[in-house]
Design a protein around this ligand. Structure first.
Ligand code: ADP
Ligand code: ASP
Ligand code: MG
Length: 406
Protein backbone atom coordinates (compact mmCIF):
# COMPACT_ATOMS: atom_id res chain seq x y z
CA UNK A 1 0.00 0.00 0.00
CA UNK A 2 1.37 3.40 -1.01
CA UNK A 3 0.42 6.91 0.01
CA UNK A 4 -0.09 9.02 -3.09
CA UNK A 5 -0.76 12.75 -3.43
CA UNK A 6 -2.55 13.64 -6.67
CA UNK A 7 -2.80 17.28 -7.72
CA UNK A 8 -5.31 18.24 -10.40
CA UNK A 9 -4.85 21.58 -12.18
CA UNK A 10 -7.50 23.97 -13.44
CA UNK A 11 -8.25 22.28 -16.74
CA UNK A 12 -8.45 18.88 -15.02
CA UNK A 13 -11.30 20.14 -12.81
CA UNK A 14 -12.63 22.70 -15.30
CA UNK A 15 -16.21 21.35 -15.45
CA UNK A 16 -18.54 18.95 -13.65
CA UNK A 17 -17.76 16.29 -16.24
CA UNK A 18 -14.04 16.76 -15.71
CA UNK A 19 -14.51 16.52 -11.92
CA UNK A 20 -16.35 13.22 -12.45
CA UNK A 21 -13.38 11.97 -14.52
CA UNK A 22 -10.98 13.02 -11.78
CA UNK A 23 -13.09 11.26 -9.14
CA UNK A 24 -12.93 8.11 -11.27
CA UNK A 25 -9.13 8.24 -11.38
CA UNK A 26 -8.94 8.91 -7.64
CA UNK A 27 -11.29 5.99 -6.96
CA UNK A 28 -9.20 3.65 -9.14
CA UNK A 29 -6.05 4.68 -7.28
CA UNK A 30 -7.74 3.92 -3.94
CA UNK A 31 -9.16 0.64 -5.23
CA UNK A 32 -5.64 -0.43 -6.19
CA UNK A 33 -4.92 -0.38 -2.46
CA UNK A 34 -3.44 3.10 -2.01
CA UNK A 35 -4.19 5.88 0.42
CA UNK A 36 -4.91 9.05 -1.55
CA UNK A 37 -4.68 12.76 -0.82
CA UNK A 38 -6.06 14.96 -3.60
CA UNK A 39 -5.12 18.61 -4.06
CA UNK A 40 -7.19 20.66 -6.48
CA UNK A 41 -6.85 23.99 -8.27
CA UNK A 42 -9.78 26.25 -9.03
CA UNK A 43 -11.64 25.60 -12.29
CA UNK A 44 -9.62 26.84 -15.28
CA UNK A 45 -9.99 30.61 -15.69
CA UNK A 46 -11.64 31.08 -12.28
CA UNK A 47 -8.69 32.80 -10.57
CA UNK A 48 -8.26 35.17 -13.54
CA UNK A 49 -11.97 35.93 -13.44
CA UNK A 50 -11.84 36.80 -9.74
CA UNK A 51 -8.80 39.03 -10.28
CA UNK A 52 -10.67 40.80 -13.04
CA UNK A 53 -13.70 41.36 -10.76
CA UNK A 54 -11.43 42.92 -8.13
CA UNK A 55 -9.75 45.21 -10.67
CA UNK A 56 -13.12 46.45 -11.84
CA UNK A 57 -13.67 47.74 -8.31
CA UNK A 58 -10.23 49.06 -7.49
CA UNK A 59 -6.99 49.59 -9.42
CA UNK A 60 -5.04 48.34 -6.39
CA UNK A 61 -7.27 46.04 -4.36
CA UNK A 62 -6.20 45.21 -0.80
CA UNK A 63 -4.03 42.10 -0.87
CA UNK A 64 -5.60 40.68 2.28
CA UNK A 65 -9.05 40.87 0.70
CA UNK A 66 -7.60 39.53 -2.58
CA UNK A 67 -6.59 36.36 -0.77
CA UNK A 68 -10.02 35.83 0.73
CA UNK A 69 -11.43 36.28 -2.75
CA UNK A 70 -8.94 34.11 -4.66
CA UNK A 71 -8.96 31.23 -2.18
CA UNK A 72 -12.67 30.76 -2.89
CA UNK A 73 -12.03 29.15 -6.29
CA UNK A 74 -10.24 26.19 -4.75
CA UNK A 75 -12.85 25.81 -1.98
CA UNK A 76 -15.45 25.22 -4.68
CA UNK A 77 -13.51 22.49 -6.49
CA UNK A 78 -12.39 20.74 -3.29
CA UNK A 79 -15.97 20.39 -2.08
CA UNK A 80 -17.26 19.31 -5.51
CA UNK A 81 -14.43 16.80 -6.01
CA UNK A 82 -15.05 15.30 -2.56
CA UNK A 83 -18.74 14.93 -3.44
CA UNK A 84 -17.85 13.25 -6.73
CA UNK A 85 -15.45 10.85 -5.00
CA UNK A 86 -18.15 10.01 -2.47
CA UNK A 87 -20.56 9.26 -5.29
CA UNK A 88 -18.05 6.72 -6.58
CA UNK A 89 -18.45 4.79 -3.33
CA UNK A 90 -15.50 6.03 -1.26
CA UNK A 91 -15.39 8.08 1.92
CA UNK A 92 -14.11 11.57 1.09
CA UNK A 93 -13.46 14.68 3.13
CA UNK A 94 -12.82 18.14 1.67
CA UNK A 95 -10.53 20.49 3.57
CA UNK A 96 -9.55 24.11 3.08
CA UNK A 97 -5.87 25.00 3.40
CA UNK A 98 -6.53 26.05 6.99
CA UNK A 99 -8.22 22.77 7.86
CA UNK A 100 -5.31 20.89 6.28
CA UNK A 101 -2.92 22.77 8.61
CA UNK A 102 -1.03 24.76 5.98
CA UNK A 103 0.56 27.59 7.97
CA UNK A 104 2.15 30.46 6.04
CA UNK A 105 3.82 33.81 6.62
CA UNK A 106 1.76 36.99 6.25
CA UNK A 107 2.83 38.06 2.76
CA UNK A 108 -0.57 38.14 1.12
CA UNK A 109 -0.93 36.92 -2.51
CA UNK A 110 2.50 35.20 -2.43
CA UNK A 111 2.81 33.69 1.02
CA UNK A 112 5.47 31.14 1.93
CA UNK A 113 4.60 27.94 3.72
CA UNK A 114 6.20 27.93 7.17
CA UNK A 115 4.83 24.72 8.55
CA UNK A 116 2.24 22.04 7.91
CA UNK A 117 0.35 20.63 10.87
CA UNK A 118 -0.85 17.53 9.11
CA UNK A 119 -2.44 15.69 12.05
CA UNK A 120 -5.96 16.20 10.80
CA UNK A 121 -5.11 14.97 7.29
CA UNK A 122 -3.31 11.92 8.71
CA UNK A 123 -6.20 11.14 11.05
CA UNK A 124 -8.69 11.32 8.17
CA UNK A 125 -6.50 9.00 6.07
CA UNK A 126 -6.27 6.56 8.99
CA UNK A 127 -10.05 6.69 9.28
CA UNK A 128 -10.31 5.59 5.66
CA UNK A 129 -11.09 8.92 4.01
CA UNK A 130 -9.76 10.20 0.73
CA UNK A 131 -8.80 13.75 1.67
CA UNK A 132 -9.45 16.48 -0.91
CA UNK A 133 -7.52 19.65 -0.12
CA UNK A 134 -8.12 23.08 -1.63
CA UNK A 135 -4.77 24.06 -3.18
CA UNK A 136 -3.14 27.49 -3.43
CA UNK A 137 -4.07 28.59 0.10
CA UNK A 138 -3.00 28.59 3.69
CA UNK A 139 -3.57 30.45 6.90
CA UNK A 140 -1.26 32.63 8.98
CA UNK A 141 0.03 31.52 12.36
CA UNK A 142 -2.72 31.53 14.98
CA UNK A 143 -5.26 31.00 12.15
CA UNK A 144 -5.76 34.74 11.78
CA UNK A 145 -5.83 35.38 8.02
CA UNK A 146 -6.27 33.45 4.78
CA UNK A 147 -3.30 33.62 2.41
CA UNK A 148 -2.56 32.40 -1.11
CA UNK A 149 0.73 30.98 -2.36
CA UNK A 150 1.33 32.85 -5.63
CA UNK A 151 0.01 31.98 -9.11
CA UNK A 152 0.23 28.29 -9.87
CA UNK A 153 0.50 27.71 -6.12
CA UNK A 154 -1.55 24.50 -5.98
CA UNK A 155 1.56 22.68 -7.18
CA UNK A 156 3.28 23.88 -4.02
CA UNK A 157 0.34 22.83 -1.85
CA UNK A 158 0.60 19.33 -3.29
CA UNK A 159 4.37 18.96 -2.91
CA UNK A 160 4.32 20.42 0.61
CA UNK A 161 1.50 18.12 1.71
CA UNK A 162 3.35 15.19 0.13
CA UNK A 163 6.44 16.06 2.16
CA UNK A 164 4.42 16.52 5.36
CA UNK A 165 2.60 13.18 5.16
CA UNK A 166 5.70 11.46 3.73
CA UNK A 167 3.90 10.37 0.59
CA UNK A 168 5.53 7.81 -1.67
CA UNK A 169 4.71 9.87 -4.76
CA UNK A 170 3.32 13.27 -5.72
CA UNK A 171 1.49 13.15 -9.06
CA UNK A 172 0.84 16.48 -10.79
CA UNK A 173 -2.03 16.04 -13.27
CA UNK A 174 -2.33 18.72 -15.93
CA UNK A 175 -3.36 19.20 -19.58
CA UNK A 176 -0.06 17.94 -21.07
CA UNK A 177 1.32 14.46 -20.45
CA UNK A 178 4.67 15.53 -19.03
CA UNK A 179 7.50 18.02 -19.15
CA UNK A 180 8.59 18.68 -22.73
CA UNK A 181 11.77 20.12 -24.21
CA UNK A 182 9.74 23.32 -24.55
CA UNK A 183 6.09 24.35 -24.35
CA UNK A 184 4.37 21.81 -26.66
CA UNK A 185 1.62 24.34 -27.30
CA UNK A 186 4.17 26.58 -29.07
CA UNK A 187 6.48 24.02 -30.66
CA UNK A 188 4.56 20.93 -31.81
CA UNK A 189 7.87 19.08 -32.38
CA UNK A 190 8.72 19.37 -28.67
CA UNK A 191 9.70 16.03 -27.16
CA UNK A 192 8.48 14.62 -23.86
CA UNK A 193 11.24 14.00 -21.33
CA UNK A 194 11.17 10.68 -19.50
CA UNK A 195 12.89 12.31 -16.54
CA UNK A 196 14.34 15.67 -15.61
CA UNK A 197 16.68 16.75 -12.77
CA UNK A 198 15.16 18.87 -9.99
CA UNK A 199 17.67 21.56 -10.75
CA UNK A 200 16.83 21.73 -14.46
CA UNK A 201 13.13 21.73 -13.68
CA UNK A 202 13.67 24.50 -11.15
CA UNK A 203 15.46 26.64 -13.77
CA UNK A 204 12.82 25.94 -16.43
CA UNK A 205 10.01 26.76 -14.00
CA UNK A 206 11.70 29.92 -12.71
CA UNK A 207 12.32 30.98 -16.30
CA UNK A 208 8.67 30.71 -17.27
CA UNK A 209 7.71 27.07 -18.01
CA UNK A 210 4.52 27.12 -16.03
CA UNK A 211 3.97 23.35 -16.12
CA UNK A 212 5.24 23.38 -12.51
CA UNK A 213 5.37 26.35 -10.17
CA UNK A 214 9.03 27.16 -9.37
CA UNK A 215 8.58 27.16 -5.62
CA UNK A 216 7.02 23.71 -5.72
CA UNK A 217 10.13 22.37 -7.46
CA UNK A 218 12.37 24.07 -4.91
CA UNK A 219 10.37 22.39 -2.17
CA UNK A 220 10.44 18.99 -3.88
CA UNK A 221 14.20 19.23 -4.30
CA UNK A 222 14.75 20.23 -0.68
CA UNK A 223 12.59 17.50 0.80
CA UNK A 224 13.33 14.94 -1.93
CA UNK A 225 9.68 14.49 -2.86
CA UNK A 226 9.36 12.22 -5.90
CA UNK A 227 7.23 14.13 -8.42
CA UNK A 228 5.70 12.93 -11.66
CA UNK A 229 3.94 15.21 -14.16
CA UNK A 230 1.11 13.49 -16.04
CA UNK A 231 -2.05 14.21 -17.98
CA UNK A 232 -5.50 13.75 -16.45
CA UNK A 233 -6.83 13.32 -20.01
CA UNK A 234 -5.04 10.03 -20.81
CA UNK A 235 -3.06 7.18 -19.31
CA UNK A 236 0.34 8.07 -20.84
CA UNK A 237 3.36 7.73 -18.58
CA UNK A 238 4.53 11.16 -17.45
CA UNK A 239 7.85 12.81 -16.64
CA UNK A 240 9.69 12.01 -13.43
CA UNK A 241 11.41 14.86 -11.63
CA UNK A 242 14.40 13.28 -9.93
CA UNK A 243 17.96 13.78 -8.68
CA UNK A 244 20.52 14.46 -11.41
CA UNK A 245 22.39 11.44 -12.83
CA UNK A 246 25.46 10.95 -15.04
CA UNK A 247 23.42 10.33 -18.19
CA UNK A 248 21.80 13.78 -17.94
CA UNK A 249 25.19 15.51 -18.21
CA UNK A 250 25.61 14.26 -21.76
CA UNK A 251 22.68 16.37 -22.88
CA UNK A 252 23.87 19.95 -23.25
CA UNK A 253 20.52 21.69 -23.51
CA UNK A 254 17.50 19.86 -22.10
CA UNK A 255 14.87 22.52 -22.41
CA UNK A 256 13.87 25.99 -23.54
CA UNK A 257 11.66 28.33 -21.57
CA UNK A 258 10.14 31.70 -22.29
CA UNK A 259 8.61 34.32 -20.07
CA UNK A 260 6.37 37.03 -21.42
CA UNK A 261 5.64 38.50 -18.00
CA UNK A 262 8.63 40.83 -18.20
CA UNK A 263 9.28 44.56 -18.19
CA UNK A 264 12.51 46.51 -18.45
CA UNK A 265 13.15 49.69 -16.51
CA UNK A 266 16.10 51.97 -17.26
CA UNK A 267 17.30 54.81 -15.08
CA UNK A 268 19.17 57.13 -17.44
CA UNK A 269 22.17 59.31 -16.67
CA UNK A 270 22.48 58.71 -12.99
CA UNK A 271 25.69 60.15 -11.42
CA UNK A 272 28.26 57.32 -11.17
CA UNK A 273 29.30 57.12 -7.54
CA UNK A 274 29.37 54.47 -4.81
CA UNK A 275 26.03 53.52 -3.30
CA UNK A 276 23.78 54.29 -6.29
CA UNK A 277 22.89 50.68 -7.08
CA UNK A 278 22.54 49.89 -3.38
CA UNK A 279 20.08 52.75 -2.93
CA UNK A 280 18.04 51.88 -6.03
CA UNK A 281 17.72 48.15 -5.43
CA UNK A 282 17.16 48.55 -1.72
CA UNK A 283 14.14 50.74 -2.47
CA UNK A 284 12.84 48.26 -5.03
CA UNK A 285 13.25 45.35 -2.62
CA UNK A 286 11.36 47.33 0.02
CA UNK A 287 8.48 47.57 -2.44
CA UNK A 288 8.50 43.74 -2.55
CA UNK A 289 9.46 43.60 -6.23
CA UNK A 290 11.82 40.87 -7.37
CA UNK A 291 14.48 42.10 -9.78
CA UNK A 292 15.81 39.64 -12.32
CA UNK A 293 18.49 40.87 -14.74
CA UNK A 294 20.59 43.98 -14.16
CA UNK A 295 22.86 45.75 -16.65
CA UNK A 296 24.88 48.89 -15.94
CA UNK A 297 26.62 51.01 -18.60
CA UNK A 298 29.04 53.78 -17.68
CA UNK A 299 29.17 56.81 -20.00
CA UNK A 300 32.38 57.38 -21.95
CA UNK A 301 33.42 60.29 -19.68
CA UNK A 302 32.91 58.00 -16.67
CA UNK A 303 30.64 60.50 -14.89
CA UNK A 304 27.25 58.88 -15.24
CA UNK A 305 25.66 55.52 -15.72
CA UNK A 306 22.50 53.96 -17.16
CA UNK A 307 21.14 51.09 -15.13
CA UNK A 308 18.61 48.73 -16.73
CA UNK A 309 16.83 45.93 -14.93
CA UNK A 310 13.94 43.58 -15.49
CA UNK A 311 11.00 42.89 -13.20
CA UNK A 312 7.78 40.88 -13.59
CA UNK A 313 5.47 42.99 -15.77
CA UNK A 314 2.73 42.56 -13.18
CA UNK A 315 4.94 44.47 -10.69
CA UNK A 316 6.34 47.01 -13.14
CA UNK A 317 4.08 49.92 -12.15
CA UNK A 318 5.22 49.57 -8.56
CA UNK A 319 8.86 49.29 -9.66
CA UNK A 320 8.53 52.34 -11.91
CA UNK A 321 7.04 54.43 -9.12
CA UNK A 322 9.90 53.57 -6.77
CA UNK A 323 12.56 54.08 -9.45
CA UNK A 324 11.17 57.51 -10.34
CA UNK A 325 11.34 58.56 -6.70
CA UNK A 326 14.96 57.35 -6.44
CA UNK A 327 15.85 59.03 -9.76
CA UNK A 328 14.60 62.36 -8.47
CA UNK A 329 16.60 61.99 -5.28
CA UNK A 330 19.80 61.02 -7.11
CA UNK A 331 19.51 63.60 -9.87
CA UNK A 332 19.15 61.13 -12.73
CA UNK A 333 17.95 62.43 -16.10
CA UNK A 334 14.88 60.21 -16.57
CA UNK A 335 13.39 56.74 -16.19
CA UNK A 336 12.16 54.63 -19.13
CA UNK A 337 9.97 51.56 -19.07
CA UNK A 338 9.43 48.93 -21.80
CA UNK A 339 6.80 46.24 -21.55
CA UNK A 340 7.09 44.70 -25.03
CA UNK A 341 9.91 42.37 -24.09
CA UNK A 342 10.27 38.71 -23.20
CA UNK A 343 12.97 36.43 -21.87
CA UNK A 344 14.00 33.28 -23.71
CA UNK A 345 16.26 30.80 -21.92
CA UNK A 346 18.09 27.57 -22.62
CA UNK A 347 18.64 25.18 -19.71
CA UNK A 348 20.71 22.05 -19.18
CA UNK A 349 22.98 20.51 -16.54
CA UNK A 350 25.26 19.46 -19.42
CA UNK A 351 26.29 23.13 -19.85
CA UNK A 352 28.59 22.69 -16.86
CA UNK A 353 30.84 20.47 -18.94
CA UNK A 354 30.34 21.84 -22.48
CA UNK A 355 31.57 25.14 -23.88
CA UNK A 356 30.30 27.35 -26.70
CA UNK A 357 26.64 26.93 -25.77
CA UNK A 358 25.94 30.63 -25.22
CA UNK A 359 27.60 31.66 -28.48
CA UNK A 360 25.48 29.13 -30.40
CA UNK A 361 22.41 30.69 -28.85
CA UNK A 362 23.51 34.22 -29.80
CA UNK A 363 24.39 33.14 -33.35
CA UNK A 364 21.02 31.48 -33.82
CA UNK A 365 19.17 34.60 -32.68
CA UNK A 366 21.39 36.83 -34.84
CA UNK A 367 20.76 34.56 -37.82
CA UNK A 368 17.07 35.40 -37.51
CA UNK A 369 17.66 39.10 -36.95
CA UNK A 370 16.54 38.95 -33.35
CA UNK A 371 18.23 41.63 -31.29
CA UNK A 372 19.42 40.71 -27.78
CA UNK A 373 18.78 43.46 -25.23
CA UNK A 374 20.12 41.77 -22.12
CA UNK A 375 21.91 38.55 -21.27
CA UNK A 376 22.29 36.60 -18.08
CA UNK A 377 23.93 33.27 -17.44
CA UNK A 378 24.33 30.76 -14.66
CA UNK A 379 26.04 27.40 -14.54
CA UNK A 380 23.13 25.65 -16.24
CA UNK A 381 21.26 28.36 -18.16
CA UNK A 382 21.59 31.26 -20.60
CA UNK A 383 18.80 33.83 -20.84
CA UNK A 384 18.30 36.60 -23.38
CA UNK A 385 15.83 39.46 -23.26
CA UNK A 386 14.37 40.09 -26.71
CA UNK A 387 11.51 41.91 -28.38
CA UNK A 388 8.19 40.33 -27.32
CA UNK A 389 7.06 39.79 -30.90
CA UNK A 390 9.96 37.42 -31.62
CA UNK A 391 9.33 35.11 -28.64
CA UNK A 392 7.79 32.15 -30.46
CA UNK A 393 10.25 32.42 -33.36
CA UNK A 394 13.21 32.45 -30.95
CA UNK A 395 11.92 29.41 -29.07
CA UNK A 396 11.35 27.50 -32.31
CA UNK A 397 14.75 28.22 -33.86
CA UNK A 398 16.63 27.52 -30.63
CA UNK A 399 14.75 24.24 -30.27
CA UNK A 400 16.01 23.31 -33.72
CA UNK A 401 19.59 24.51 -33.18
CA UNK A 402 20.01 22.42 -30.05
CA UNK A 403 18.48 19.33 -31.68
CA UNK A 404 15.65 18.95 -29.20
CA UNK A 405 12.91 17.68 -31.51
CA UNK A 406 11.69 14.12 -31.14
P1 ADP B 1 -2.48 23.46 -14.57
O1 ADP B 1 -3.67 24.33 -14.69
O2 ADP B 1 -2.78 22.00 -14.70
O3 ADP B 1 -1.64 23.77 -13.36
P2 ADP B 1 -0.69 24.99 -16.23
O4 ADP B 1 -1.37 25.76 -17.31
O5 ADP B 1 -0.25 25.72 -15.03
O6 ADP B 1 -1.60 23.75 -15.86
O7 ADP B 1 0.61 24.26 -16.85
C1 ADP B 1 0.49 23.43 -17.99
C2 ADP B 1 0.94 24.19 -19.22
O8 ADP B 1 2.34 24.46 -19.12
C3 ADP B 1 0.84 23.43 -20.52
O9 ADP B 1 -0.46 23.53 -21.07
C4 ADP B 1 1.90 24.08 -21.40
O10 ADP B 1 1.35 25.03 -22.28
C5 ADP B 1 2.78 24.83 -20.41
N1 ADP B 1 4.21 24.53 -20.57
C6 ADP B 1 5.19 25.46 -20.66
N2 ADP B 1 6.38 24.89 -20.81
C7 ADP B 1 6.19 23.55 -20.81
C8 ADP B 1 7.06 22.42 -20.93
N3 ADP B 1 8.38 22.55 -21.05
N4 ADP B 1 6.51 21.18 -20.89
C9 ADP B 1 5.17 21.03 -20.72
N5 ADP B 1 4.29 22.07 -20.61
C10 ADP B 1 4.79 23.31 -20.65
N1 ASP C 1 -5.83 28.79 -9.15
C1 ASP C 1 -4.51 29.32 -8.89
C2 ASP C 1 -3.96 30.01 -10.13
O1 ASP C 1 -4.63 30.05 -11.14
C3 ASP C 1 -3.55 28.28 -8.39
C4 ASP C 1 -3.27 27.13 -9.32
O2 ASP C 1 -3.99 26.91 -10.28
O3 ASP C 1 -2.28 26.41 -9.06
O4 ASP C 1 -2.89 30.55 -10.10
MG1 MG D 1 -0.25 25.33 -12.94
Amino acid sequence: MALIVQKYGGSSVGSIDRIKEVAGRVARTAEAGNKVVVVVSAMAGETDKLIDFARQLSPKPSEREMDILLSSGERVTSALTAMAVESSGHKAMAMTGRQAGIITDTVFTRARIEKISSERVKKALDDGYIVVIAGFQGVTRGEIDITTLGRGGSDLSAVAIAAAVKADLCEIYTDVDGVYTTDPNIVPEARKLEKIAYEEMLELASLGAKVLQARSVEFAKKYKVPVVVRSSFNENPGTLVVEEDKEMENVVVSGIAYDKNQAKITIVNVPDKPGIAAKLFDSIASADVIVDMIVQNISSDGKSADISFTVPRTDSDRALEVTEAVALELGAKRVDKREDISKVSIVGVGMRSHSGVASRMFQTLAGHNINIMMISTSEIKVSCVIDLKFTELAVRVLHETFGLAG
